[in-house]
Every structure is written in structure tokens, then in C-alpha cells.
Design a protein around this ligand. Structure first.
Ligand SMILES: [Zn+2]
Length: 360
């Protein structure tokens, strides 16, 4: 089901950091060629789950110049179907179980700092549109249809309901978590610096047979999906690359908007100026700064693999898992452009009677 690829091996070994960028760009071209020669995914759909406030000072590290404390982040779920030697597979990217991730210290703190207004504030700035189970139902998928789940990183995630934690029955009886080994090991042993962002017990008690630990970047199935290591936002961060009718779409949270990958063209206060002044090609999402330089390089890698956005070639084909949007309470934070929701191909619903797939 999985084939490792090594296009980026050694690209970060040069002693001179700028040389690493050249090597990454070269390797990206080669990788793009390889992947575009492979089949496309059978189905791809992104669906909004919830909008949450997120400190602007982290979202656009060092670049945002207004006092607006928050930006609005829109968490998305991606439902992807692809062919493999073992038949059609259904993958969920970033299925955030937001009803169960409130114990993440950062969110708990946010609640507390609002004091008696906590409830009202929450109603005003947290906008739940959908849940993972609701989204699946809309598509006609059942929990048992899910073969794999993956997250670009595990900040705030609680996967125990999906995979079965201590004393819990797994809601997705057949799903396996695809995760980089570093990310998984991190969640089991966090520095205080990191633990503000992970949901305590979010990964505890899950049976080892449900977890597929990855040591390398891999193609999934027929190669229409790739999980590409992009260390930075977290040590074990990876990006999801999907081959669609819109080219290669790249998903992660190394950046929070399409502006983050093309800052010179951004209309958000301060961003373009910062990019001009510093020559920075990207703006990192820097809440934990686990690996800042690596994150810079990873974002160059992501945008090089994604290539230009067909609708406006100044921007890149980034389908971010948490894409910022404007909100009246957070003035002047609206991104210049947004990827929004996407859908390609046709969903296949497993035929409950014969066990064979039927097109919807
Ligand atoms: Zn994060």
C-alpha cells in the first residue's frame, strides 16, 4: 500500500543554508514530474468543520503589524479516495474531533482568560459548522468505510474516539492512523514548550495495530497521494500531496493562509512589507517554533511542489488544513485570496450487499 520516495533525501545537508533552498527547489521539480505522471485520486473533497480564534502573532510570525489579537482559522476535513493494489481506499485528512479536544492547554487557557464571559465569547468567536461524522453522513460514507486517517501534525488532536482509546470502542473499526514516527513519539513525551498544544490523553491507549509509523515520505496506493515529510511546525510534521484535476494540492499547517506562501502579494497589514524588508519568501505559522529554519525550508518545499495556483498564478496551490478567513471581530485579517472548499472526481460508496463499490 505504501512506497517510500527519496527525492528530498540529502537536500538539507548543505552547510550553507541558502544552498539547501537550491537543492530543495531542484528536488521539488523532479518530484512534481514523478507525481504528475502517476494517476489522479478518484475523489477529493475538503469540508469546513469549525472556525476558531488563533493568535495573529503566531499565525504570521513577526510580520503582522496590527493590534488585532486573533485571526480566524477554519479547520477543514479532506475526504480522499484513491486506488491501490488492494482496491479503493478512503482516507480522511485532518479529521479534527473538535468536540473532544478542548482539554488542550492552549484552549483551556483561552476559556479561562475570558472569565465569566467565556460562554458568550465562545459563541461569538468559535463557529462550528460540521463534525467529522456529520460530514461523512452527508457524503453517504459510514465509519467502517474509512481505511486511513492522517493529520499533518497532532496539535490539539484527540484521536481516541476514532481509533479506540482506553476502554473506548473505536468509532472507525477499520481505520489506521498514518503518522511520522517522530510525531507519534513526541506526543508521548513532550517538553513543556510543546505540551501547550497537544491534547493530553489525545493519543493514549490506542492499540498498536491501529498505528502505522512512517520513517520516510511515502506514496499511498497508486501514487495519487503522497505523505511528504515537512519538518518544521512540529518535528514530525508531514504534508499531504494529492494529484487532482487542479494539479498537486498540498496540505499542512506550516502556514495559515495562501498569503503565507506568497507574502509579497499579501494585502494583510505588514506582511508584504516584512517580506520586502527581509526577503522572506514565506511567513511561518510559529506558535511553538519547534524547528524554525526547517519550517522555512519546508514551506519552500511545499510551494515548489504545489506550483502556481491556476486561478491566480502569483499564489500557490496550497489547500491548508487550517485556512484563515476574515471575521468582523478581527479587523484587517482577511487573507488576500482563499482556496476555500474544493471537490474533484466522484465518490464511490461501498456496496453494502455485494461488497463492491458503486459510483454515486
Ligand atoms: Zn499546530
Amino acid at each position: 500500500m505504501m512506497t517510500p520516495f527519496y527525492h528530498f533525501k540529502g537536500t538539507r545537508d548543505a552547510i550553507r543554508p541558502l544552498d539547501r533552498i537550491d537543492h530543495i527547489r531542484e528536488a521539488s521539480k523532479d518530484f512534481q514530474k514523478t507525481m504528475l505522471a502517476k494517476p489522479k485520486v478518484r475523489f477529493y473533497k475538503s469540508m469546513e468543520l469549525i472556525r476558531v480564534p488563533y493568535p495573529a502573532k503566531y499565525g504570521y510570525l513577526n510580520a503582522f503589524t496590527l493590534p488585532t489579537p486573533f485571526i480566524h482559522l477554519c479547520n477543514k476535513l479532506f475526504v480522499i479516495q484513491f486506488d491501490s493494489a488492494e482496491g479503493l481506499k478512503t482516507l480522511l485528512v485532518s479529521p479534527s474531533d473538535w468536540e473532544y479536544q478542548r482539554e488542550t492547554p492552549f484552549f483551556a487557557q483561552l476559556d479561562q482568560s475570558a472569565g465569566p464571559f467565556s460562554n458568550q465569547m465562545e459563541k461569538l468567536i468559535v463557529k462550528g459548522t460540521n463534525t467529522v461524522l456529520g460530514a461523512l453522513q452527508q457524503l453517504g460514507l459510514r465509519p467502517e468505510d474509512i481505511d486511513y486517517i492522517t493529520y499533518d501534525h497532532l496539535h490539539t488532536q484527540n484521536v481516541t474516539r476514532w481509533l479506540g482509546g482506553k476502554g473506548q470502542v473505536a468509532l472507525f473499526p477499520n481505520a489506521k492512523l498514518l503518522v511520522m514516527r517522530e510525531e507519534w513519539e513526541s506526543t508521548l513525551s513532550l517538553l513543556p514548550w510543546q505540551n501547550q498544544w497537544y491534547c493530553p490523553d489525545g493519543t493514549l491507549g490506542i492499540d498498536a495495530s491501529r498505528i502505522e509509523l512512517l520513517d520516510d515520505s511515502v506514496f499511498l496506493g497508486d501514487g495519487s497521494v503522497a505523505l511528504m515529510r515537512t519538518k518544521g511546525h512540529t518535528e514530525g510534521n508531514h504534508s499531504i500531496v494529492a494529484h487532482t484535476d487542479q494539479g498537486l494540492l498540498v496540505t499542512s499547517e506550516n502556514g495559515v493562509s495562501m498569503d503565507s506562501y506568497a507574502p509579497l502579494h499579501s494585502k494583510i497589514a505588514g506582511i508584504a512589507n516584512y517580506a520586502k524588508r527581509t526577503q522572506s519568501e514565506i511567513i511561518i505559522n510559529g506558535n511553538t517554533l519547534e524547528c524554525g529554519n526547517e519550517q522555512y525550508l519546508s514551506m519552500i518545499q511545499e510551494k515548489s511542489v504545489a506550483g502556481p495556483w491556476p486561478k491566480d498564478e502569483r499564489f500557490f496551490n496550497m489547500a491548508l488544513s487550517s485556512e484563515s478567513d476574515g471575521y468582523w471581530l478581527f479587523p484587517a485579517t482577511k487573507p488576500t485570496v482563499r482556496m476555500g472548499e474544493l471537490e474533484f472526481g466522484q465518490i464511490t460508496l461501498p456496496n453494502r450487499l455485494t461488497g463492491q463499490g458503486v459510483m454515486k
